[in-house]
Design a binder for this molecule. Structure first.
Ligand code: F7E
Length: 324
């Protein structure tokens, strides 16, 4: 068992909750930062089952003093900065909040980290959204692919990624970036496309809903499972040399293919229920993602256990259970 202390921002999110479970299973003492919401249930809804196992602290990436206080109190060995405004389309509605949280928030974390506990290791949740519409000639994005983001979210994440590298080199910190492609699970917010499709398809199957409106169905994403990806986070942070790693399945599917798979699994034809609504499209769209995670697989020995199909099957089962 590992006798270490980990601190996770965004512990109440999809990834934060799976990461907390994974680190607990390895023997870690796990601390998480949660933000205050007006609904009491919202502060820790994804980690209520861990109430007796983890320690939560109120704080905010935009409140530097709260980060300082928490880091001083815990003196963690490992810091996972996973908290963010993570919805790409919503980042067009609230660009300034997105940039403050995802870019300046990371700088706030780094400043506290460097002053309070510079011997800790730091993981930054970087994103394939940073690539924008850059694709290498062989159809993949990898660590060396130029980054040309096409959303306020992507731009904010590119700043964060860059400042992490800058702090690593300037202050000799063990600060790392995981460049994660899309990753889903039953815990994914249901305003992200996979869980929106699965949840609504199950509702249609059970007569609880009549139709599903989507935005652009002809974009491609490389979708993995969050449970596999949080293990990669731990490996990236614990690699002897602080570095940047792509985490992906190396397989891509369109939103249309994903929708077709989910409806077929429920013996339905998506064409009878799904329509495209321009309101759900983005002002600028990232059209195609397929990540080359060879570096991560070779150097860290990581590989995913879930497939695209087994991940969606698990999500379908979850919603069938929930509504039945
Ligand atoms: O969209 C299209 C949409 O919102 C996927 C975040 O975790 O992964 C995620 O960002 C695709 C896009 O994820 C709807 O236009 C069609 O092309 O599930 P999404 P995302 O934008 O790729 C990256 C790696 C992150 O880092 C982010 O934090 O699906 N799409 N119709 C739709 N998307 C949504 N949300 N809703 C629709 O109705």
């Amino acid at each position: 068992m590992i006798n270490k202390k980990a601190f996770i921002t965004g512990v109440n999110g999809q990834d934060g909750s799976y990461l907390a479970e994974y680190l607990l299973s390895l023997g870690y003492e796990v601390h998480g930062m949660i933000r205050r919401h007006s609904m009491a249930e919202n502060q820790d809804s994804r980690v209520t089952h861990l109430t007796d196992k983890i320690v939560t602290h109120y704080g905010d990436l935009l409140d530097e003093s709260s980060i300082d206080t928490i880091l001083k109190k815990i003196t963690p060995d490992e810091i996972y900065n996973i908290g963010a405004q993570s919805h790409v389309r919503i980042s067009f509605d609230i660009p300034q909040f997105t940039v403050k949280t995802n870019a300046l928030g990371v700088l706030n974390m780094l400043e506290s980290y460097r002053r309070v506990c510079p011997d800790a290791k730091f993981y930054q949740a970087s994103s394939s959204e940073m690539f924008g519409n850059s694709v290498d000639e062989d159809g993949f994005q990898r660590e060396s692919t130029p980054m040309t983001p096409v959303s306020p979210y992507g731009c904010s994440k590119l700043f964060a990624y860059s400042i992490v590298k800058n702090y690593r080199n300037s202050y000799k910190l063990h600060a790392t970036n995981g460049i994660l492609f899309n990753h889903e699970s039953p815990r994914r917010g249901s305003n992200f496309v996979t869980n929106k499709v699965v949840k609504t398809a199950v509702q249609i199957k059970l007569g609880l809903s009549k139709n599903l409106e989507l935005g652009n169905m002809d974009t491609y994403r490389d979708w993995g499972h969050s449970k596999d990806y949080v293990k990669a986070m731990h490996m990236i942070l614990n690699h002897e040399k602080p570095d940047d790693f792509v985490v992906s399945t190396m397989i891509t599917h369109s939103v249309r293919e994903m929708t077709d798979y989910v409806f077929k699994k429920l013996d339905l034809n998506y064409k009878d229920y799904v329509s495209e609504n321009i309101i759900l499209k983005r002002p600028e769209e990232l059209k195609y993602l397929k990540g080359d995670s060879t570096k991560t697989r070779t150097i860290l020995g990581w590989k995913p256990e879930y497939t695209f199909e087994s991940m969606l099957d698990e999500m379908i089962e979850y919603w069938l259970d929930k509504f039945n």
